[in-house]
Design a protein around this ligand. Structure first.
Ligand code: PLP
Length: 283
């Protein structure tokens, strides 16, 4: 007898981000991470980077009409349950995405990508201020310390300033902000000291107005993983959170579970390419 399986309808999520030909970050990392979470990933490619584990060789930003057309194709067909944004490259792309995010009825996770782990810029410096309009539409914005400083003018050097930066982002209209602590010295020494801080524990700070509009602060601590293979870690975290939100989980759970996934992705980093490698998206 032929066995027939019931069709499965997984939640569908969308990433709006740049392509990393090296496969460690960007759209590629997002789709791998969504797949690992049982989420059907769709993508709107904003830019094509010629890139590997060593660095970015060239970047080609797609015309806004091409990005708009991809978004239209996906949004009119799929029952999207969550969306995330990564490399948006220019102010006109940010404006388009902010416009679409304003109409979206699903959670929107904004990873305000500015610079790659290799040090290469992924956002026009003139476009930094354009992020204000997208942050206003975000369910969650996930800056690292450098991005938080650019977006808020507050440099998170310890828990207090991380909370202040998160509150500022919420004041700009995001429902919640996760200020990532990977570059923060946990109060012992600030990044302004010029030395790379090496606290054993990394503290991420979540300022959230969900579910009832009252701002609350949660901190998530995890051990620092001593690795150079951090390429793709921000993309992987924001996609893991978006995947949990696509499954209908609460923001607090999504952040905690996404952070645990990312920690494993760093711990079991992959030795691929000539550079420092990449995080493990199936962690
Ligand atoms: N998006 C693209 C296309 C990238 O190439 C990169 C880094 O190289 C990023 C995003 C950001 O990567 P990460 O997750 O390391 O912050």
């Amino acid at each position: 007898m032929t066995r027939r399986h019931a069709p499965v309808t997984p939640p569908v999520a969308l990433t709006v981000a740049g392509s990393d030909s090296g496969g460690g970050a960007g759209v590629q990392a997002d789709l791998k991470t969504m797949e690992a979470h049982g989420v059907f990933g769709t993508s709107v490619v904003t830019a094509i980077t010629a890139q590997n584990t060593v660095g970015v060789e060239r970047t080609h930003v797609l015309p806004v009409e091409e990005i708009e057309a991809q978004y239209g194709a996906v949004a009119t067909d799929f029952d999207l349950r969550a969306m995330k944004t990564g490399m948006l490259a220019t102010d006109s792309v940010i404006d388009l995405v902010a416009d679409r995010a304003a109409d979206a009825t699903v959670p929107v996770v904004v990873d305000p990508v500015m610079v790659a782990a290799s040090g290469d810029r992924l956002l026009d410096s003139a476009a930094e201020t354009a992020y204000e309009s997208l942050i206003a539409e975000a369910t969650l914005v996930t800056p690292n310390a450098d991005e938080a400083t650019v977006l808020t003018g507050i440099e998170p050097v310890d828990r207090e300033t991380a909370r202040e930066a998160g509150e500022e982002l919420v004041g700009m209209g995001a429902d919640a902000a996760l200020v990532k602590g990977g570059h923060i010295g946990d109060g012992e020494e600030g990044r302004s000291s010029g030395r790379r801080p090496r606290a054993d524990t990394v503290t991420d700070t979540l300022v959230s107005t969900l579910p009832d509009g009252e701002p609350t602060v949660h901190t998530f601590e995890h051990p620092r993983i001593d690795t150079d293979a951090t390429h793709g870690s921000g993309c992987t975290l924001s996609s893991a959170i978006a995947a949990h939100l696509a499954h209908g989980e609460t923001l607090g759970y999504a952040v905690e579970a996404g952070t645990a996934f990312m920690e494993r992705a760093l711990r079991y980093g992959l030795d691929v390419g000539e550079g420092p490698g990449a995080v493990h998206h199936l962690a």
